[in-house]
Ligand binder design. Sequence first.
Ligand SMILES: [Zn+2]
Ligand SMILES: [Zn+2]
Length: 304
Amino acid sequence: MIPFEVTILGCSSATPSADRHPSAQVVNIGGENILIDCGEGTQMQLLKYGVKLGKINFILISHLHGDHFLGLPGLLSTMSLMGRKEPLTLIGPEPLKKFLEDFMLISESRIGFDLEFITSETSESKWLYENLLFRIRCFPLSHRIACTGFLIKERKNLRKIIPAACEKAGVPMSFFKELKLGLDYQEGNEKTIPNDQLTQSPNPSRIYAYCSDTIYDESVVDHIKDVDLLYHEATFMHDLLCRAEITFHTTAKQAGAIAAKAEVKRLAIGHFSSRYKTLEPLLDEAKAEFENTELASEGRVFRL
Ligand SMILES: [Zn+2]
Ligand SMILES: [Zn+2]
């Protein structure tokens, strides 16, 4: 299987704390790096955790609260200063494009590489991008301003060769590519060997779901059903439910409830309020609703 992993770079909510940066994480799928959200300090966090800036070809921004995107102008400027020439795909809400244009204008600077901007759809779920390795989908979240979550779905895997069966049937290695795509093997003009005698079914496609800032809203469940890993914000403990509702955030207990309803395989909680010095109580609260819950923490890697 190709690598598919998520490295947490920041997991703090609006106010950072001494040991927690605002939201950012990087998804590595088959060697392609996708940065999701880019709070202040993200470029230093990328350096700290050994992610090369030149290897990031996709940046997804969930919404335009500062703790999710204020690191972006600095990161793009650094990429430009380093002489980047490869294009970069940026996905985010529509006003982000104008923000970056205004920033470049005011600072009399320019980005020295192609920035392909894809506007995220904030009112309905939609596939936004695909290549040979993965697809990216956005879905709406309920926050104070327009905000989306993201799904990253591995493309359908290739079928798996059964070496002994191929050897016995005399299938040349030059035909393995076609076999992986599901084609039958024809021996000369006569005998056809069905593909399923020579290959096994591929592994199911893995899916990662990122739920950025949102109030508790069960309408999200349909969008994240059965995913392999769900990252969901858990800004407050449930005793501060009132505060969570006023600020359009979720409690740890509610994050666990969403994971249970969506029947996801694993849950990682993050976006913690800086008032919490220790995070174990939030973990316990989420686990009471959904046992397979883990804490996001800086540098932690979740493998799918
Ligand atoms: Zn936030
Ligand atoms: Zn927010």
